[in-house]
Design a binder for this molecule. Structure first.
Ligand code: FEO
Ligand code: CA
Ligand code: CA
Length: 684
């Protein structure tokens, strides 16, 4: 997520208990390869990779007790380049504006590409992604990727314009098409990954692409619009941040800061609680897309739909319900170019950061986890009604499999105890709130509960967290990790709670839990606290040093061997406003976590005695967040995303013979592929 579109307002008023690279010279301003600062290659103490429940899938990887990190911790960096350890190489893949097919003109460094170009090109501000192999290949596959939001100044030649109070239709369409997600066929040749242009797999999903609604809200009165009078379709997915994927080979894209694209100008008293709790604006949308309504070229209210103020006789006469079809996890089948993206409403409606599933067990329900990235919001779990059939992993009707496991089930929200215990609280009609009344009595229907998922979580007494971002399951031991990126609004009045124990949490931390089998109970501890190296002991509770100080953990990956990769987004409060951000650009760190089963108390698991096991692996360009984490099955190629760089990648600006030598560049968010120069698996 971006520092540019994040709202720091707090809408939770529940009163719940406070608790050497070869980055291509033509694309990169500077390429650095450093080894150097020597964090010792210490073997982790207390590493236990023995399975402790949760596993069971036939593909469960075999842990290697001798697993160690094979690189030394990088120093900090503040440069317009990407830094990788000695022996590693990296190159740029499919930056914003890269054509997917011949319908798009090449990216124009003057910002003059059309909306149609964007419909057939890589979108803007790359975020979550996943690699789907073709025929199991680690050199050819499909990269599903999110394009979270836009930098309007970079997107247009001279930034966004407004004429007589209206945004020009073509500019709005271009912005809409720069959002969303994509599927790109990619192939490796001579060590370098490239887009397979014109592949039948290449697709763009924008904020206007028709999508299907599935689950409890499908066909209900709440999602009827002039575009879909039977409430089954909607146009577009918005502000797709983190991602997930499923055991049956589909991609999940998470709608995070979608709410700000809409506006409801009705008096406060007339606005539904679900809209107020989601902070849908009351004066104008973020990009004022609604102001293009009435343009002579407008098709089926394509712009008017962003103004959800009730003006007509019913929901078929205005766009009052348009926003009710946003705020979900959206399932995409990357292997079937004819399939329709499908919004899975049973998993709740909020600012979904991403999603991940618990290790599947044959004959048991599946569980998915998702954080709601907002200050003092919650962590959710969805448990399927259907039990896992491992043969579903290999079916070709993947969206039907998705319907089987994701359209019927129970949504829960987490309540953490102070003693390392925890409980998942159900959010269904019969569940009881803090006052003893049922959710049905309070909300009237499951449809209303899901529409106002945050309100339902308030009602049952969930634990307000410090901005839950990515969740990730350890593939061997089943522990689940969540990044809590930061929360400087956690002041004395708000108070702390056990899993969020620091006031003015400018650095963030990572919490993990382990669900007890067949139960709504879990155990938890704190894995690591972000901090600058020089902070007081009460802040630097994990004893971080110059070699691994970090803040604002966001993206998270755990590869099949059990190496955890922590990605940071530290543009806190709109700038370099903590000591880590004043010291280094955003980064990736790696560590091999032991199991929660070995934990005593509530952590932190990483402390002054073992903190050198946490190592800095990558540092990105100035002002960029590092996000998205994907890898090939052979672990020889890792894909990460550079989002919102300020002056990267450069193109010819270092060539003194070029007219634009030394210029600032029009920055391009991009995927970066990291490999080892010797072609072996990364990390070890
Ligand atoms: Fe889009 Fe919460 O990061
Ligand atoms: Ca994020
Ligand atoms: Ca973030």
């Amino acid at each position: 997520m971006s520092k540019h579109i994040t709202s720091n307002a707090v809408s939770n008023a529940s009163g719940n208990e406070p608790f050497s690279s070869i980055l291509e010279k033509t694309l990169s301003r500077r390429t650095l390869a450093r080894g150097g600062l020597g964090a010792a290659l210490a073997v982790l103490s207390g590493v236990s990779l023995s399975a402790c429940g949760g596993g069971g899938d036939d593909d469960t990887p075999t842990p290697d007790p001798k697993l160690t990190l094979g690189f030394q911790s990088l120093p900090v960096s503040m440069t317009d380049g990407c830094v990788v350890p000695a022996g590693y190489i990296a190159h740029v893949l499919a930056p914003w504006g890269t054509p997917f097919d011949d319908n798009a003109a090449p990216w124009d460094r003057g910002g003059n590409n059309s909306s149609n170009d964007l419909l057939h090109s890589a979108g803007m501000h790359h975020d979550g992604m996943h690699y789907f192999p073709l025929e199991g290949s680690s050199t050819e596959g499909l990269l599903a990727i999110n394009y979270e939001y836009i930098d309007e100044k970079a997107l247009h030649p001279n930034g966004p314009t407004t004429v007589d109070g209206k945004r020009p239709a073509e500019e709005v369409r271009k912005e809409i098409n720069a959002h969303g997600a994509g599927v790109i066929h990619i192939r490796k040749a001579d060590g370098k990954w490239n887009v397979v242009k014109n592949s039948r797999y290449n697709r763009r999903f924008t904020s206007a692409t028709p999508m299907s609604l599935a689950g409890p809200l499908r066909g209900t009165a709440s999602v009827i619009t002039p575009y879909s009078p039977n409430g089954t379709l909607v146009r577009g997915t918005n502000n797709n941040c983190g991602n997930g994927f499923t055991p049956w080979g589909t991609y999940l894209t998470a709608e995070e800061n979608w709410y700000a694209c809409f506006v409801n100008k009705a008096p406060a008293a007339d606005r539904p609680k679900s809209q107020v709790r989601m902070e849908i604006p009351s004066t104008s949308g973020r990009y004022k897309w609604e102001t293009a309504a009435g343009d002579a070229t407008e098709v089926q209210g394509e712009f008017a739909r962003f103004d959800i103020t009730p003006t007509g006789a019913d929901a078929t006469q205005d766009w009052r319900n348009e926003a009710n079809a946003f705020g979900y996890l959206v399932e995409i089948d990357p292997y079937d170019p004819t399939s329709i993206a499908t919004k899975r409403t049973a998993l709740g409606r909020f600012s979904h950061e991403g999603a991940n599933y618990a290790n599947p067990v044959a004959g048991k329900p599946l569980a998915f986890y998702s954080g709601d990235d907002k200050r003092f919001e919650y962590i959710y779990r969805f448990v399927s009604e259907a039990v896992w059939d491992p043969s579903d992993a290999n079916r070709t009707n993947r969206l039907a499999v998705g319907a089987k496991y994701m359209d019927k089930g129970t949504l829960y929200v987490a309540r953490f105890g102070a003693d390392g215990s925890g409980e998942w609280l159900p959010l269904n009609e019969s569940a009881k709130g803090k006052d003893g009344r049922t959710l049905l009595e309070e909300f009237g229907s499951l449809e209303a509960i899901l529409l106002n998922t945050r309100g339902a979580a308030d009602f049952v007494g969930a634990t307000p967290m410090d901005r839950p971002e990515w969740t990730m399951t350890h593939p061997v031991n089943g522990d689940v990790y969540v990044t809590l990126t930061n929360n400087t609004s956690r002041n004395a009045a708000a108070g702390t709670n056990a899993p969020n124990p620091r006031l003015n949490n400018a650095n963030g931390h990572i919490v993990r839990w382990h669900d007890e089998p067949n139960s709504n109970k879990f155990r938890w501890d704190i894995f690591v606290f972000g901090s600058s190296a020089g902070a007081a002991a009460d802040v630097n509770r994990s004893g971080l040093t110059a070699a691994n100080q970090f803040a604002s953990p966001d993206g998270l990956g755990i590869d099949p061997r059990g190496i955890m990769w922590i990605l940071t987004d530290n543009g806190i409060d709109g700038g370099r406003n903590n000591d880590v951000a004043k010291t280094t650009n955003d980064q990736i760190l790696a560590v091999i976590p032991g199991a929660l089963a070995d934990s005593t108390g509530v952590g932190p698991a990483i402390n002054k005695d073992n903190q050198s096991d946490l190592r800095r692996f990558f540092v990105g360009p100035n002002e960029a967040e590092i996000t998205g984490f994907a890898f090939t099955p052979d672990l020889k190629s890792v894909f990460v995303n550079i989002q919102h760089p300020v002056n990267w990648p450069a193109y010819d600006t270092e060539d003194a013979t070029k007219a634009n030598a030394g210029d600032k560049v029009r920055p391009r968010s991009s995927t970066v592929v990291i490999q080892k120069a010797d072609g072996s698996a990364i990390g070890v």
